[in-house]
Ligand binder design. Sequence first.
Ligand SMILES: C[S@@+](CC[C@H](N)C(=O)[O-])C[C@H]1O[C@@H](n2cnc3c(N)ncnc32)[C@H](O)[C@@H]1O
Length: 208
Amino acid sequence: MNDRIPSLWEEKLAADPGHSQWYVERFRTLVAEGSDIVGEARTVDAMVARGSRILDAGCGLGRVGGHLASVGHTVVGVDVDPTLIDAACQDHPAVTWLVGDLSRLDLEAHGIPELFDAIVCAGNVLPFAAPSTRQDVLRGFARHLRSGGRAIVGFGTDRGYAVPEFLAHVAGAGLQPELLLATWDLVPWSEGGDFIVAILRRAEVAAG
Ligand SMILES: C[S@@+](CC[C@H](N)C(=O)[O-])C[C@H]1O[C@@H](n2cnc3c(N)ncnc32)[C@H](O)[C@@H]1O
């Protein structure tokens, strides 16, 4: 990963090296307490056929992809944080978890040439990507989706990534907004909302 631009998440870790482990313990505690941490996964599960191929982009410790795998989908998770990927491997050993930078996503190089039916990008991953790399992250999504496949991206709109800029990046990446929501439980989007869930379809390339 030479000359790559570190994500804002990595900058946060440089300032606070214990943050990833704290994050892992926080979610493991929520699970132990019986909290529902898989709401985003249930929404994505409702959008795809049984046994779909799903990429968990910026998977963290695998809370979304782990659930999707447990209900029968084939999941690959990618995250730039090795501590979180270690935790994902421990908690969901049957899933493929990879350390990698989404702005340089090339799963074929990892021996995974098959495209995905859906990509889920939950938990403020895009605002945590380095600003200059966010459109490359979305381009990577378009490259890894099958024709007609969808990316579902959710993030807080008060985290330094404005919705108009996001939608311009979406268009430039070859993705089309199919539906904009305000929450993962399907409240419609309205201008000025503090959270967005965007369902994006890979734009079709005209034949001939
Ligand atoms: C708040 S966490 C969310 C993790 C997970 N999606 C979830 O919802 O539980 C944000 C994640 O985005 C990842 N991330 C940010 N930029 C990234 C990049 N360029 N490539 C891969 N992962 C990235 C971070 O490493 C971190 O795990």
